[in-house]
Design a protein around this ligand. Structure first.
Ligand code: ADP
Ligand code: ASP
Ligand code: MG
Length: 428
């Protein structure tokens, strides 16, 4: 018998009525002959509430001499953070299993530590290391529907961990890989992956298929429909993933959704498949940096030591030659720490001044067709200039072009690019 993993996100678990609907979808797949493991998120909004509580508790514990931002351990690094925020998924897992039992199915929950889903010990953003499949397989083979809370795991030493926001997608793909499921179905509040976020552009179109590589770029550039790590894992473990709506009754949605698959399986290829955006950016400018060997290694070495990810980088020489200006972007939540680190190292690095702008956003176009077509970036720059949008920083890879712009123009830019590449006509 084939095994199937079904994952339900927060909006699909938001209340008892939605949980009952999810249970009907699970029951239908079970009745159709699959062995089913289900991975669930916490109720919509629950994780935010729990995170806010840990913020409060964490701040209350800070001693005055620790107030300096660079000395304070982030609340997320505290292993008790995970204990609190992992709890939302335990509730929905139990409720879904109870609902299935009431419908006459043999359902059972397995918490992250019971499976076990073994992770690294980076609390707040742990990585899954291993899922020994024996317990899951025994239950599935016995005809039980196994309900696993997403987002949570356990370290080798037995401490509870969480996988970073949106991590239930990754739990689902990892469980699918562990039990060799034929597919991992991700049920959410949209009926697939769209050419851009349908909340921003109502003309966005559903993509029947998208390649792993494009989905990976879309996710890491801000399309939160799938957690980036889940796509990485699906790609590495060759788990077919389908994204579809949970807001339907069984049988209604069989030909819907988006399949995330190998590029070779996609017949209708687009030059650009999607537009992604992220408001999670901050731009830091170092003015009057000595233009000498090793200076970038020094600047970015300090940031790397503090686990701060740097995304875009540009350096421009001053006309006089010996000094340069360097611009780089970091996640908005890391911006103040990055500034503090640079200020602490000002004498050693030797720059004149530092500036922070956290009212920027990053807009990206993604498509495998870029590999073989020219003029793709030019279309982007022209479309933005026609709307009077200034480009502050540009970065490219083989299948994406990203630009940094004033945050106020995010929606305008997304819609302009969506139109410029004819994405509103896909499938029409
Ligand atoms: P869940 O709680 O089910 O995990 P998420 O909120 O994490 O759901 O992800 C679904 C949301 O992702 C959608 O409501 C949509 O607004 C957003 N989204 C962003 N980009 C895209 C895209 N390209 N296609 C579809 N949805 C997208
Ligand atoms: N509940 C967690 C979050 O909101 C995990 C998830 O839903 O994927 O981040
Ligand atoms: Mg999600």
């Amino acid at each position: 018998m084939t095994r199937l993993v079904m994952k339900f996100g927060g909006t699909s678990m938001a209340d008892l009525e939605r949980i009952r609907r999810a249970a009907r979808l699970v029951a239908a797949e079970f009745d159709a002959g699959h062995r089913v493991a289900v991975v669930v998120s916490a109720m919509a909004g629950k994780t935010n509430e729990l995170v806010a509580w840990t913020d409060g508790a964490g701040k209350a514990q800070k001693r005055p001499e620790n107030e300096n931002a660079s000395n304070v351990t982030p609340v997320e690094g505290d292993d008790e953070y995970d204990v609190v925020v992992a709890s939302g998924e335990q509730v929905t897992a139990g409720l879904l299993a109870m609902t299935l039992r009431n419908m006459g199915y043999d359902a059972i929950t397995m918490m992250g530590w019971q499976v076990p889903i073994i992770t690294s010990d980076v609390h707040g953003k742990a990585r899954i290391l291993d899922i020994p499949p024996a317990k899951l397989e025994t239950a599935l083979d016995a005809g039980q529907i196994v309900v696993v809370p997403g987002f949570q795991g356990v370290t080798e030493s037995g401490r509870i961990t969480t996988l970073g926001r949106g991590g239930s997608d990754t739990s689902a793909v990892a469980v699918a890989a562990a039990v060799k499921a034929i597919r991992c179905d991700i049920y959410t509040d949209v009926d697939g992956v769209y050419t851009t976020d349908p909340r921003i552009e109502s003309k966005a179109r559903r993509l029947p298929k998208i390649s792993f590589e494009e989905m990976l770029e879309m996710a890491s550039l801000g399309a939160k429909v799938l957690q980036t790590r889940s796509v990485e894992l699906a790609m590495a473990q060759r788990v077919p993933v389908r994204v579809l709506s949970s807001f339907v009754e069984p049988g209604q949605a069989t030909d819907q959704g988006t399949i995330v698959c190998d590029e070779e399986e996609i017949v209708e290829k687009h030059i650009v498949s999607g537009v992604a955006f992220s408001r999670d950016e901050a731009k830091i400018t170092l003015l009057g940096l000595p233009n000498k060997v090793g200076i970038s290694a020094l600047v970015f070495g300090k940031l790397a030591q503090a686990n701060i990810n740097v995304d875009m980088i540009v350096q421009s020489e001053k006309r006089s030659g010996d000094y340069a200006n360097q611009i780089f972007t970091v996640g908005r939540r890391d911006a103040q720490t990055a500034i503090d680190i640079m200020r602490d190292g000002k004498d050693e690095i030797g720059f004149d001044d530092i500036r922070l702008d956290d009212t920027v956003s990053k807009i990206s176009i993604v498509g495998v067709g870029m590999r073989s077509h020219t003029g793709v970036a030019e279309t982007m720059f022209r479309a933005l200039s026609e709307k009077g949008i200034n480009i502050q920083v540009i970065s490219t890879s083989e299948i994406k072009v990203s630009v940094l712009i004033d945050e106020a123009y995010t929606e305008l830019a997304v819609r302009a690019l969506h139109a410029a590449y004819g994405l509103d006509k896909i499938g029409a």
